[in-house]
Design a protein around this ligand. Sequence first.
Ligand code: NAD
Ligand code: UDP
Length: 450
Amino acid sequence: MAFNSEIYNDLEVRTDLEGFHLEAEGHDDPWLKRPATDCCAALLMTGRRLQCWPLFRGAERRGNRNDGEGRCAEARIRLWRGLIEGRFLRHQIYFSTGAVIIQHILLTGGAGYIGSHTCVALVHAGYTPVIVDNFSNSHPAVLPRLRQITGQAIACEQGDVADAAFMTDVLRRYRVQAVMHFAGYKAVGESVAQPLKYYRNNLASMLGLLEAMTAAGCRTLVFSSSATVYGDPHAVPMTEDFPRSHTNPYGHTKLMIEDMLASLCRADPAWAVAVLRYFNPVGAHPGGLIGDDPSGIPNNLMPYISQVAVGKRPQLQVFGNDYPTVDGTGVRDYIHVLDLAEGHVAALNALLEHGQHLTVNLGTGQGHSVLQVVRAFEQASGREVPCQIMPRRAGDVAQCYADPSLARQLLGWQARRSLAEMCGDAWRWQSQNPDGYRFGAPAAVVPSRR
Ligand code: NAD
Ligand code: UDP
């Protein structure tokens, strides 16, 4: 059925004549058998957020549409004109006329590792994502996989985030409610070798995006920062008020962007910005369809171990075993990428509700050494991971793990998944897709050699 466009209350709405009925199959509840036009909802404007409390029972039972706090993100509601005014802060509202307003959450770099997992978490929380990516470090094959996982086609615009005119057009066309900015280059070593490439892409894409958001009137942003802004920390665990510094151009771009965002929020309080300092994201969606797909030799520990386990590389080089840690190897705060993705949803909810400028660590609060990760991976995969001890890697710190209590306090979020789950999910992704996204459909699971 074709969509019709009309203008309603200064918002473009689309009429979906098929959008009238609830998904009622398999339920005895007579409320669910009714046409959506007979359902209603209580609407509540709290701060900057429109909450939608569906009065038809059963909505919660549909599981992934509920954001976990009793709010149903995709309620079909009767239009109560008096109550609906101001900004719509939930993305999708169906009217009794059959009209539907869809607002999107824009993910720059959404085809990449963290963006693609956040896309899944957003859909599960009831949001509608749209991706902008130039595929400089990702592959369009992620899109059908996202569709398979979420049951929805995810809109994607190919282009450069630094192009402010292009981004303004995307923000307007998709009625973007908020942006999550993942796009950027992230390889520390490469940033040392090619600093201008990093300053150009990371800073220009942030500036282009902020200019476009200003032009389009969208001022809600979640930014991917990193624990790298703590430089070489004087103690662990690290809290957000630790002094910041940088040891490489990549880290410098994150630090400069954090400062840029702080200036913007000071200058214009209409901006709502969450700076999320990630620790070490690892793992993959448990279905094995999406995951980390580094090009060339992996820089990071977990993808390297995965490639050794699957037989693509002979052994792991362990960089240093003389650190003052539990077994001499470096200690990091590994966090499951789905926990991280859920942290983004929590940050988005907080921004839409309270509209503030916040900076939080997203980590588990637990450190694991290189050898502990190797052992956990061997356990999860049933494969041996041969190791060779090497000298320390330049620029590495001995220990780095978060104090994540501020995120718990401000966002009501905390990481839930264990190191065993991180390794198990990373292995499923690697073994089902030994060459990442490059060769079509995932292969069968590689059998254990042990
Ligand atoms: P990724 O490389 O997998 O994803 C980044 C995506 O951005 C890629 O799809 C790439 O094609 C795209 N991109 C890059 N520049 C672009 C541009 N100018 N225009 C449009 N698209 C562009 O990286 P990731 O691991 O998903 O990281 C996402 C963000 O999180 C990055 O900003 C990174 O610095 C930050 N971060 C990552 C980690 C980590 O360990 N993965 C840790 C801390 C912070
Ligand atoms: N590491 C290692 N061998 C590798 C890659 C990493 O021993 O091939 C170690 C590294 O020295 C550090 C830890 O694993 O102690 C995590 O490194 P990664 O690059 O994944 O994250 P970061 O150092 O950026 O926190």
